[in-house]
Design a protein around this ligand. Structure first.
Ligand code: NDP
Ligand code: 8X3
Length: 256
């Protein structure tokens, strides 16, 4: 019999799509209160329609440092004591080799996956420490551990997520606040590849063709599992892949 997570207040970034929406639904299913943050209001309203007033839709661009701080400072009861922050908002843009990549794409990934994640963390962490209760779950990626062609800045942002997560634990020793990096591999059914390929649906679909990829619900399960461990257990890192994915040999360029 699965243990139900204690009812909590969970702040999920990127809740309008993919993993974030699945994570919001997973915790809302327990009766937890969800602050569902993203830039697009429509999907957040859908969550509220599905679960009622336990969902607080929050239109927020995590790249906007002041907006993040203002949003956290003005959270009203019963949403003002956040127990869990899921730093999920993020994106990949492009798959070009570094020498041809678009600097605007690189900026978007650094601003969202790195800076946005740190803004949300810095805004919510003091309250967690003061209340003696909290968990930060960061969405990393296998791209943060294993290089691949065209992964350049995207993978580097996820390597940041991994090391930042571990360094947070170092700073938080002596507090009960927990930190976890959840790093999935190939996961279908989200907008990730469509965003990466600038809206090219056919190219996005080809990424998953002939595979059974992970789903957003698989990732939501992992996030829910780490949060629902007993309070003395900190899961530092979970890396997960579909069975259809594994590792290749190092690439070697040979002269003929
Ligand atoms: P989706 O594109 O489906 O979802 C991304 C979410 O992030 C959307 O809700 C989007 O909402 C939100 N978002 C993007 N930019 C911002 C911003 N500036 N401010 C607030 N919200 C933002 O992707 P996934 O669900 O697949 O990915 C979620 C996370 O998981 C990302 O961090 C991604 O890097 C990571 N990941 C994905 C994998 C995959 O294969 N799918 C595998 C490993 C990790 P909106 O546009 O409304 O703002
Ligand atoms: C998303 C997985 O392999 O496309 O983080 O980088 S991958």
């Amino acid at each position: 019999m699965e243990r139900k997570a204690e009812l909590m207040t969970v702040f999920v970034t990127g809740a309008s799509s993919g993993f974030g929406a699945a994570i919001a639904r997973r915790f809302a299913g327990d009766g937890s209160r969800i602050i569902a943050a993203a830039r697009r209001a429509g999907a957040l309203e859908e969550l509220r329609r599905a679960f009622g007033d336990t969902i607080l839709p929050l239109v927020l661009d995590v790249r906007d440092r002041q907006a993040v701080q203002d949003a956290v400072d003005t959270l009203a009861a019963p949403f003002d004591e956040v127990d869990v922050l899921v730093n999920n908002a993020g994106l990949a843009r492009g798959l070009e080799p570094a020498q041809r990549a678009d600097l605007d794409d690189w900026d978007a990934m650094v601003d969202t996956n790195v800076k946005g994640l740190t803004y949300c963390t810095r805004a919510l962490l003091p309250g967690m420490v003061a209340r003696g209760r909290g968990h930060i779950v960061n969405l990393g990626s296998v791209a943060g551990s294993y290089p691949y062609p065209g992964g350049n800045v995207y993978g580097a942002t996820k390597a940041f997520v991994h090391q930042f997560s571990l360094n947070l634990r170092a700073d938080l020793l002596g507090t009960p606040v927990r930190v976890t990096d959840v790093a999935p591999g190939l996961t279908g059914g989200t907008e990730f590849s469509e965003v990466r390929f600038g809206g090219d649906r056919a190219r996005a679909a080809a990424v998953y063709e002939g595979t059974t990829p992970l789903t957003a619900e698989d990732v939501a399960d992992a996030v829910h599992w780490v949060v629902s461990r007993p309070a003395h257990v900190n899961v530092n890192f979970i890396e997960m892949m579909p069975v259809a994915q594994a590792f290749g040999p190092f690439a070697v360029k040979r002269t003929t």
